[in-house]
Ligand binder design. Structure first.
Ligand SMILES: C[S@@+](CC[C@H](N)C(=O)[O-])C[C@H]1O[C@@H](n2cnc3c(N)ncnc32)[C@H](O)[C@@H]1O
Length: 213
């Protein structure tokens, strides 16, 4: 796929939004769907793990997991606004030396990256048109666990995402949100050697934890 995804995604997330998310993280801690990922990963009892956080936003997952589960992290993100906030927060926490920040579409740089114990994608597949390409690259880079959140396949989200995309079209903004078929996500990850070991649902988000079979 010719990829202008990084540019489209980069334009979709403003510095003001990224700053607001970091403020919310300082006040309230990780968002509820992120908490599900953190709980699921912690339940595996891993220590000194390395982590690849794809589309990590302000970096909530690595800020948290570097406290007890992870030794080091790589945060690959298509949004420079998010990366800026994530980098500053990592420095504030004394994690600057333990996190590598890469501004890129993960599928473009995956071949240059080493594998990790854990790969996470929190609210990322719904921002990316080619979820098969993204998840295949993510799965190939995970040696042990892969956790992701995505919008649930419900009637109200089908309508909601259509409305969001309608307004995106009106504004001539090429960024779209996607409700990818969960059955296909699961089949793809199974095909890559993973089995689903946990599934949790909120009103909008579903969290699935996969482990290498
Ligand atoms: C809705 S935000 C979620 C941010 C964060 N994970 C969270 O849950 O708060 C989606 C993020 O995924 C990133 N993203 C989407 N597709 C990506 C890709 N192919 N490679 C790297 N980052 C990607 C965007 O840049 C953005 O930071």
């Amino acid at each position: 796929m010719p990829c202008n995804c990084c540019e489209i995604t980069d334009n979709a997330f403003s510095e003001a939004e990224a700053r607001a998310e970091l403020r919310s993280f300082h006040k309230r801690g990780p968002a509820n769907q992120t908490k599900l990922i953190l709980r699921a990963i912690r339940s595996l009892g891993l220590k000194n793990a390395n982590l690849i956080d794809i589309g990590g936003g302000i970096g909530a997952i690595h800020h948290e997991l570097l406290e007890d589960v992870a030794r080091e992290a790589t945060h690959v993100d298509a949004s420079s606004a998010y990366l800026k906030e994530a980098r500053q927060e990592a420095a504030r926490r004394g994690h600057a030396e333990r996190v590598r920040f890469i501004h890129a579409d993960f599928t473009d740089v995956a071949a240059e990256l080493l594998k990790a114990d854990i790969v996470t994608l929190d609210r990322v597949v719904c921002c990316y048109p080619d979820f098969r390409r993204l998840l295949k690259a993510a799965a190939e880079h995970s040696q042990r666990a892969l956790a992701l959140t995505y919008p649930r396949e419900t009637w109200y989200l089908r309508i909601g995402l259509k409305i969001i995309n309608f307004f995106q079209r009106l504004r001539k903004d090429p960024f779209r949100v996607y409700l990818h078929p969960v059955g296909e996500i699961e089949a793809l990850l199974k095909g890559e050697g993973f089995q689903r070991v946990s599934l949790r649902r909120l009103f909008v988000w579903e969290m699935a934890l996969y482990q290498r079979a």
